[in-house]
Design a protein around this ligand. Structure first.
Ligand code: HEM
Length: 357
């Protein structure tokens, strides 16, 4: 091998090119790791409570159950979108019900937030992933606001309560959150998954064969009736009452939800999830989801799925909603962490296996 001639311009030119390549790779790595740029915010959005966090579980909505089902469209939305979801006779569904807490062992009464996530694979090899909550709108217009809300409502160690001044400062910066906080304070505690309505919250575009874009939001409206539990009933309820009653209910017969699209009118905000559209906007039932059986998440098909709502098929497009975009980054951080823990054999309970030493 010939020696490096450090006096030659050619050698210095080659070294400079290598430095550029190495520098680019290092920056790309730092960006991927979230050490640079706005991704630091998306990493900060991924909390880990309880601490230490049990490996292999989702960093949010950690307690959940997989389900299998079928989506049957009724054909009414074919003029709005080319997605096969609206025209294929039926689409198999891998889904997940969860509650809105990071702790996979939390009692079901810890939160009033219930969720449904869906992975729909159509026969044209496209995928639509959805993750919905039982809340019609979001607290803040952007993800920074969501982070600020978390900090403003954190319990002060000295008083055992959130600091009122911090909350007042937060509401000054994010006045839109007042509506959500008032609503959340009197939100009834759902007594079942079966009777809960799940909302997309973020807006999306449906795109038809002519390339026309119709902004929509949607909800999954249950056939089962909604019922709520009093504080007293929740205190007495079993730690797994929501998941247990779901199992029992499905052992009898399937559950159904109508997929209801809400169509925006010109001027309705598509990039602000804290501003629901007026109730008089046109709604249409585009199909029905049938849920037939559940399976533990440690072994079920939903375990290794990242229900990133920005994964949409042809015929659907994402909006510029900053919360939607932040969700994609945050879910990806959470997904990489849990899959790495599973891959390195650290996730025992999350996958029902012994730890690999
Ligand atoms: C800035 C706002 C938000 C952040 C940072 C956030 C963060 C997260 C994270 C980190 C996960 C775990 C992902 C995984 O490991 O697979 C998750 C799951 C989930 N989120 Fe969010 N989220 C946000 C907003 C929302 C909104 C607006 C909704 C409802 C429309 C929602 C519904 C869900 C659901 C249903 C799951 C569970 C999905 C599953 O079953 O795997 N999130 N979220």
């Amino acid at each position: 091998m010939s020696k490096l001639d450090l006096r030659s311009k050619k050698t210095w030119g080659a070294l400079a090119s290598i430095a550029v390549v190495a520098g680019t790779l290092a920056s790309a790595f730092a960006w991927t790791a979230g050490w640079l740029g706005s991704r630091t915010v998306s990493q900060a959005l991924v909390g880990e409570t309880p601490k230490p966090f049990p490996p292999g579980f989702r960093r949010a909505h950690g307690k959940g159950i997989c389900f299998a089902g079928t989506f049957v469209p009724n054909g009414s939305a074919v003029s709005l979108s080319t997605s096969r979801l609206f025209s294929q006779p039926e689409i198999p569904v891998v889904g997940r019900f969860s509650i809105g807490t990071g702790d996979p062992h939390a009692p079901d009464s810890t939160t009033k937030t219930l969720s449904m996530a869906l992975l729909l694979k159509t026969d044209d090899k496209q995928q639509w992933r959805m993750a919905m909550n039982n809340e019609p709108y979001f607290a803040t217009r952007n993800p920074e606001g969501f982070l600020a809300l978390r900090q403003a409502t954190a319990v002060d160690a000295a008083t055992g309560k959130p600091d009122p001044q911090r909350l007042a400062d937060f509401l000054k910066a994010y006045p839109e959150a007042e509506k959500y906080l008032k609503w959340a304070a009197q939100k009834p505690a759902p007594g079942s998954f079966a009777g809960a309505t799940f909302y997309s919250i973020n807006a999306f575009y449906l795109v038809n064969a002519q390339g026309e874009r119709q902004p929509v939001r949607w909800m999954m409206r249950p056939h089962d009736p909604f019922f709520s539990l009093s504080d007293e009933q929740r205190k007495k309820a079993d730690d797994n009452f929501l998941f247990e009653s779901l199992r029992q209910r499905l052992a009898q017969k399937p559950l159904y939800w109508d997929y209801v699209l809400q169509l925006a009118q010109p001027g309705d905000p598509v990039d602000d999830p804290s501003r629901p559209w007026p109730d008089n906007r046109k709604q249409m039932v585009a199909g029905t989801l049938e849920v037939t059986r559940v399976e533990a998440q440690s072994v079920g098909a939903c375990r290794d799925v990242n229900f990133d709502p920005s994964i949409v098929p042809a015929g659907v497009a994402v909006t510029d909603d900053p919360v939607l975009n932040a969700r994609s980054a945050a879910y990806s951080h959470s997904f990489s962490r849990r899959e790495r823990e599973i891959g390195y054999g650290k996730a025992t309970e999350a996958v029902q296996k012994q730890e690999v030493k």
